[in-house]
Design a protein around this ligand. Sequence first.
Ligand SMILES: [Zn+2]
Length: 185
Amino acid sequence: MSQPEYLAALLEELLGRGQHDPHDATVRRAVRLRARDGCEYCLLPTAGQVHVDHIIPPALWDRYTSGRLRPVVPAPDRRGPDHLGNFAWCCAFCNTAKGQQVAHRIASRTYRLFDPRYDSWSEHFVFAHNCLFIVGITGIGRATEQALGLNTPGLDGPLGTRHDAILVGRYPPYWARQWLVWPGA
Ligand SMILES: [Zn+2]
């Protein structure tokens, strides 16, 4: 069975359940595979402690579904806070920084954060400076870059960790290299 077939079978089995436990080993495996084994925000390959992030925090779920969590617009097919459709594979840096946030203000406007289930990474971000930096290229991308501190400096922060992953050829992940924009290209 190929990996895509395995993931499809896993998702089909899990989707038969109405609710998913983010700590369940099978659920974590499905979320990890679906994310192609990298943080769905900063694309850092899985290493150390990786979390199943609630894209919409459970505490905000009622406000979300009733449309009071502006500027976040509820997705009609998102079935619940503890459901695969509300989960993202998320590195410790992004998870800690995100906390309960779903939006971020830049100047006079508040943007919702990047939603790995409904948004495409390459539409909102680009790599810069030999992939050391992740730069938001839309309002949502810039808000997420700031709110999650995607370029927070420091040896032990996301930038230092990304730098180490670049040095050993683990970043960007092979499947994201199609998004590299070369200067002058
Ligand atoms: Zn991350």
